[in-house]
Ligand binder design. Sequence first.
Ligand SMILES: [Zn+2]
Length: 449
Amino acid sequence: MRLRIAPSPTGILHLGNLYSAITNVLFSYKYDSKLILRIEDTDTQRNKTNAIEDIYRDLDKIKINIDESSKNPGLYGPYKQSERIHVYKFYIKKLLKMGGCFFCKCSFKRVNILKKINLLLGDPPTYDGKCLNRNYLTGKIRLKVPRAGICVGDYKINWSNVDMQVLWINSKPTYHFANVIDDQLMKISHVLRGRDWLTSNPKHILINLFLGFNVPKYYHIPLICNKTESKLSKRLDNMGIDSFLSLGIISETILRYLISLVVGVDTPNISEASSNFNIKNLKQQNIHINGKKLLLINKICLYEVVQDVNNIIKNLIGKGCFDDVMALCVKKSLILHDIYKLLCFVFWDYKSIKMVFMSNIEYLLLDLLLIEYKKLIIWSKLNLQNIHKKLTNYLGLNLRTFCTILTPIIGSRHSISLYDVYLIIGQKVIITRVSLILEKLYHKTNQNI
Ligand SMILES: [Zn+2]
């Protein structure tokens, strides 16, 4: 069996495209099929620069393995429609010869008015077949749709309600034609695509039948719906991977969430998920994104991602307390950004420290702290608390001001608790940081004189 995903390079792959891709991946895993990536780039006006590279990158990010593509060609390339125009030319001529299509000279304006009238009358917007028997030899080419009977395939409507689709215009195929030809020549056996293609299905089957092709098995899968109930307060359905990443939702979560939407089971493992996959169990209704569930899955995935950055952080805070630190941070995190924020005390950079205090008393506090920290023999929470208490009383500072003055030492007020940070990074590092802050403060003060 062979399946395909066929995105257009007209923008980002949004969640709906990725859902469709994952459904194809799970099917192909389950039935040991080949998965093909075809780029449908015939709409040159809407194509975006770099979009093809972005498609590869995004699929790679959520670990979708493609068996055949332009980058890894098999026997049935090229895999970009813009490189296959000669193929479509051959088949449109064949279709004309078989009597499956006809030339139409009607203007867009005429057809648009026709379709608007149809809609006003409550009918499907269809072309009226004016040029059907005119035997024109030029113009755009339309599919010859029967005017009587009921459609073949799963979508049972009257043929009279199916539009005589334009298949060829301005020396190029339209999506409907190129798509059918490609599926045939690339030996695609199963097409799993969004339900928005259901109404076009009779046309696609008809083209196949006119050309004497084996009709692939078509499945129409649910769509991701616009309505999003989410704490993230974004339209998640319309977002690409980069937007999710910028919200702190990691790529592992996107994969895992999409898998859960398709098979109803929460697992990060495609192979395991594929054993639960059954095309007949796919929902019929549109799917709403559950932002709450997405965040919960993200929380689970963060634990795993944390392992990847282990080594960097281990070097910065020492191996001994690494596990405790990570447990502390992950416990307090919902999205990836939370971990970054909490870990800011590790990636401390005095150049980026904002100096929120400028008065002499604050300068004096840091100066006295430095002396006390240097003198301290046992670097314990209790001893540190005693020093802090002594100095705040001595200088008449309240706790809030005291904490504000100490914030630059730990990096950010979003960090884990002050004493946790002090004990994790240790006496030597704290002394260095206070010295650097004082130095910076000293230079800043002098500049202002
Ligand atoms: Zn016409």
